[in-house]
Design a protein around this ligand. Structure first.
Ligand SMILES: [Zn+2]
Length: 264
């Protein structure tokens, strides 16, 4: 399986010795995370910033099949202990998306699932990440289901979080990550109007020339990924099942004599 051209953006949540119970799939142990970063370094991957991903989708940067970007949603406190030292060891940059009204608090939006709350980083810790060259983005004010909100509420989450983070950190916030991956045309429009340069979805896939910068594709890395399935995501931008659906879904009509050149 060769590397698919285009940047693969990986998304993580917490990295902790206790990855959780109900929500365990979204977590990762420190040793697994370190092994994954080692695999990227030894595999010759170039780790791009999201600004460089934008250059790639605009065609301003030569395409590289071995390019990934690293993103962390929600802003967990444990990332300072278990992620930052590993990123520094390899010289990798990453983007961290904060929930601006919950900074220094916990992931209260996940309370309904029953796992113990996880501490979120405070402003000083976010500033420390920024000082290390990490990108700090917005993941809304309160982590709502954005598409359920009225447009004024949606705008408050999108624009208000950007303003708060910029005030607290004294630097521009250029990227948004849709909470729960949920977005619609209104969200996309409001994110662009608020002055963001791009936004991350949770749709699998690669980012290449022509990808919508406000719907960047990402691959969720799960607790249940092993070395092989992690490598598959880094090479293709897809989980195995999603890849099979996309690839075979596109190829099957040819084998059964379906029309060519018609978008599905
Ligand atoms: Zn989130």
């Amino acid at each position: 399986m060769p590397d698919t051209a285009g940047v693969k953006v990986l998304v993580y949540h917490w990295v902790d010795h206790h990855p959780g119970r109900k929500l365990r799939a979204w977590g990762m142990t420190p040793s697994t995370f370190a092994a994954q970063m080692t695999a990227l370094a030894e595999g010759g991957y170039e780790v791009l910033s999201l600004g460089e991903v934008l250059q790639a989708v605009r065609g301003e940067r030569p395409p590289s099949p071995k390019a990934v970007a690293l993103t962390f949603d929600d802003g967990y406190r444990n990332l300072l202990d278990h992620v930052l030292p590993v990123l520094k060891r390899f010289g990798f940059r990453a983007s961290f998306f904060l929930v601006s009204d919950r900074v220094g608090g916990t992931n209260s939006w996940d309370a309904r699932h029953g796992d113990p709350p996880r501490p979120l980083m405070g402003w000083n810790e976010a500033a420390a990440l920024a000082a290390e060259g990490m990108e700090i983005g917005s993941h809304s004010r309160t982590h709502p289901f954005l598409t359920n909100l009225s447009e004024p509420e949606m705008e408050d989450e999108i624009r208000g979080s950007k303003e708060t983070i910029e005030d607290r950190l004294g630097r521009p916030v250029r990227f948004f990550s849709y909470p729960h991956g949920l977005h619609d045309e209104r969200c996309r429009r409001l994110v662009a109007a608020a002055g963001y340069s791009g936004a991350c979805s949770t749709r699998f896939g690669v980012n290449a020339v022509g990808t919508d910068p406000f719907r960047l594709r990402r691959s969720e890395i799960s607790f249940y990924d092993n070395a092989w399935s992690f490598s598959f995501k880094a090479r293709t931008g897809f989980g195995v099942r999603a890849w099979a659906t996309e690839t075979l879904g596109g190829l099957l009509p040819r084998f059964v004599g379906g029309p060519r050149g018609v978008a599905p």
